[in-house]
Design a protein around this ligand. Structure first.
Ligand code: AMP
Length: 263
C-alpha cells in the first residue's frame, strides 16, 4: 500500500493493491460505514457521481478499478477498453476518495474462473442475449468485491439498468448484507449518457450518438424508434420497454452504446 500526496503534500488517498492489506485496513475501520464504487476505470462524471453519493452517505469511500476479463464476450472489446490509470488516480485523489483498490487477476481469480455466478432468468435477455456470458462475469466479480471490501453500501449506475437489477437480485438471493444503492444516469449536455466507450467515438460519431437519447425520450413506439435509428445508420440490437424503462443497445461503427430512460 502507498499514499499519493496532494499538491499541498498531505496524504490524500491510500492505494491498496493486495487483498490482505485491504483486510487489515477493513479491520481498523471496524464499525465505520464504508461505501464501495466498483468501476473498470477510465473515469468520468458518471463514476464521480457515484463517488459523491458514497462520500455523502459513508465515513469512508473505496473505489475499485478492475477491467474484468470475464465479463467481456469479445476479446477485441477487452483489448480496446480505455486504460487511463494515472488520470483516474489523480481524479480520485482530487475528489478525496479514501481508498483506491487495484487488484490483479491472479489475486481475484485464484480458481481460474472455475467458480462462477449464474442467474437463469433476466440475465438471458437483452444484454444477456447479445453478450453471452457477460452477466456471469459481471455478477462473479461484483460478488468477489462485495466479499473482499465488505462495504456498508455499494453504488451502481442506472445507466446499466439490467446490471443493477441483477446485482440487487443476487445480493438478495445470497443474503449479502451490503445495501445496493442506485444512482441516476449522468449525461452530457446534449443528452448522451456518459460512458467510457464514448471515447472511442470520433467527433462526428459523438454528435450523431445524441440521436439515441433524443429518440428514447420521444413519444415514438420502440418499433418506430428502431426504424428511425436504422434510417440514421445505427445498427440496432434492441429497443424494448421493460421494467418501467425504455432500454436500448445500438452500434455506431464498432462502438456499442447502451442507454435507458424511465417510462
Ligand atoms: P463501468 O466502469 O462502466 O463498469 O461503470 C462503473 C459504474 O459506474 C457502474 O455502476 C455504472 O453503471 C456506473 N456508470 C457508468 N456510467 C454512468 C453514467 N453515465 N451515469 C451514472 N452511472 C454510471
Amino acid at each position: 500500500m502507498y499514499k499519493l500526496l496532494n499538491p499541498e503534500g498531505f496524504p490524500a488517498m491510500n492505494i491498496v493493491t493486495e487483498i490482505n492489506a485491504w483486510r487489515e485496513i477493513r479491520k481498523e475501520l471496524g464499525s465505520r460505514t464504508i461505501g464501495l464504487v466498483h468501476t473498470m476505470g477510465n473515469l468520468h462524471d458518471g463514476h464521480l457521481s457515484l463517488v459523491h453519493h458514497s462520500k455523502q452517505e459513508n465515513d469512508a469511500t473505496v473505489v475499485a478499478i478492475y477491467i474484468n476479463p470475464m465479463q467481456f464476450n469479445q476479446a477485441r472489446d477487452f483489448e480496446l477498453y480505455p486504460r487511463t490509470l494515472d488520470e483516474d488516480k489523480s481524479l480520485l485523489a482530487q475528489n478525496e476518495v479514501d481508498y483506491l483498490l487495484i487488484l490483479s487477476t491472479d489475486d481475484l481469480y485464484p480458481d481460474h474462473y472455475q467458480i462462477q455466478i449464474h442467474e437463469t432468468e433476466i440475465s438471458k435477455e437483452l444484454e444477456g442475449e447479445y453478450r453471452p456470458g457477460h452477466f456471469n462475469g459481471m455478477l462473479t466479480i461484483v460478488l468477489k468485491f462485495l466479499n473482499i471490501v465488505q462495504p456498508t453500501r455499494s453504488y451502481y449506475g442506472e445507466k446499466d439498468y439490467q446490471q443493477l437489477l441483477l446485482i440487487k437480485k443476487m445480493t438478495h438471493a445470497l443474503f449479502i448484507s451490503s445495501e445496493i444503492v442506485s444512482c441516476a444516469t449522468i449525461r452530457a449536455e446534449e443528452g448522451l449518457a456518459l460512458s467510457s466507450r464514448n471515447r472511442r467515438l470520433d467527433l462526428a460519431q459523438r454528435e450523431y450518438a445524441n440521436h439515441l437519447p433524443r429518440l428514447l425520450q420521444s413519444n415514438l413506439t420502440p418499433e418506430k424508434i428502431v426504424c428511425e435509428l436504422e434510417k440514421l445508420g445505427f445498427k440496432v440490437d434492441y429497443v424494448v420497454d421493460k421494467w418501467q424503462r425504455r432500454l436500448a443497445a445500438v452500434w455506431l461503427g464498432d462502438v456499442r452504446l447502451i442507454d435507458n430512460v424511465p417510462l
